[in-house]
Design a protein around this ligand. Structure first.
Ligand SMILES: [Zn+2]
Ligand SMILES: [Zn+2]
Length: 144
């Protein structure tokens, strides 16, 4: 597969012990197959407590692109969608459901966003609700 931004080769990289992503060495973007984002969200290996305070800053650091990326699997033009509600993180989603493209910095911003919401949830019910709303939101991304 090749990077939808600059055509660079995507190479499989271990993101965390159990998760592999395809990353571009040129721009730092990553491709996540359908389901991989869920695995990263569920993972608790990294601690982003300190970065939470920088959430607004991190979202602002994510580069903005004017042109649509093309799915490295099928070549379809991907749809840019804001992830979850008010995350301010825009990710590119394959309309055929192959996966999502995250530009350099977006994966980290998303992890911090997950963590922020986990910490805001102050009961187990809230935590479940937050987790579920993420997936409802992501499924919504795949709909046209
Ligand atoms: Zn690239
Ligand atoms: Zn595709």
């Amino acid at each position: 597969m090749n990077c939808p931004r600059d055509g660079g080769a995507l190479t499989a990289q271990r993101y965390e012990a159990s998760i592999q992503v395809d990353a571009c060495g040129r721009c730092g973007g990553v491709w996540l197959d359908d389901g991989e984002l869920e695995a990263i969200q569920a993972s608790t290996e990294r601690d982003y407590t300190r970065e939470l305070e920088r959430m607004d800053e991190l979202a602002g650091e994510v580069p903005k692109h004017g042109t649509a990326a093309k799915c490295p699997k099928c070549g379809s033009e991907m749809a840019a969608r804001e992830y979850a509600h008010c995350s301010r993180i825009v990710i590119d989603v394959c309309p055929e459901g192959h996966g999502v493209w995250l530009d350099g910095g977006e994966l980290k911003a998303l992890e911090v966003f997950f963590e922020a919401n986990k910490q805001r949830a102050n009961s187990e019910d809230d935590a479940l609700w937050v987790a579920r709303s993420f997936w409802v939101s992501l499924k919504g991304l795949f709909r046209r």
